[in-house]
Design a protein around this ligand. Sequence first.
Ligand SMILES: [Zn+2]
Length: 376
Amino acid sequence: MILRDCVICDSEGRRQGDISVGDGYVESTGEVPVGEDEVYSLDGLYVAPGVVDCHVHLTSDGDPDSVEGTHGDVESRVKQNLRRSLEAGVVGVRDLNAASDVVIQAGEAVEADEVDGARVKACGRALTTTGGHFHEISRVADGAAEFRKAAREQLADGADVLKCMATASAYHSRREGGPEMTLDELEEVVKIARMHGVPVAAHAEAKTGVMRAIRAGVTSVEHGKYIDREAARELSETKTYWVPTAKATEMKIEHEHGSVERARKLRQGLNSSFRHCIDAGVSIAMGSDAGTAYNRHGENLEELRLMAEHGMSPEHVLEASTRTAAQLAGFEDLGMVREGYRASFVVLEEDPLESAEAWTSVATVMADGRWVDGPP
Ligand SMILES: [Zn+2]
């Protein structure tokens, strides 16, 4: 298949050309000679790599009143959310907490071509402490030895990443994002993860917990509502990624879910986290926290507009949502429009390197060389 007359936009910049696709992968870009292939003229449309969302919760659909239901209900909800994500241009997701291994299973079904949806990296159940953040559905452990066992259990279930709740929620009225895991508990999880070659994602909101997670050697800090200059420098020097999840906060404000006053304050904190992380050159990776209240799967790309509103340039937003996010999540063949990468693209009517608003003008999506909803 040949996509003709595209404007290719990825983290290496903008270039005119054709894209030759075979067996689900990009074979070449540039001037592709005419042959027997199927040809689609894209006539000046912008072809960007499909987005990778590094922080979602597929078992919930963003409806704050929904009930979990039976295992079958959860399973079909996960599949539906994977399909919605793909239709929106999200070709890979990283799920960071489910009450069972249901998402890991769904991810395997996608890889086996049995389910039509975004590709998946998943943690299975998150690791937390007694009474800790999301202890109701997470794997509870206390002390390094228990965390070692809990980490190994998730890996035995097929986890691609270990998630730990390093701090409380910033919305918790008394704890306000304070630390919940000790340094040795975090270090133990990191040790096991490294042995297995998987990343560690730390839910970390206020500064003490963020600094502790970085010191323990986690791969990414999720949320990070109060990253000051010192914490940003630390993130940058240790090459720890930051996944901001701005949309979760925005939806709470927009739908007046919980304390709007607190959410507004947290948005301000997040805004200064963005400023410090941009200045310090931290690797920022896109994560929407889809599945939290009013934060629906399929609307993930709104996070890109918010990243721009918080001060990131269009080029930076594109890189954070494609190449950097693919690197963090572990999708080695996603994130670029280039030979050897999967033919998984978002086709846009406007130029994403000009304005992040372009991501709201998705014309169509290609995943592994197939049009998700037909050609443009
Ligand atoms: Zn989350």
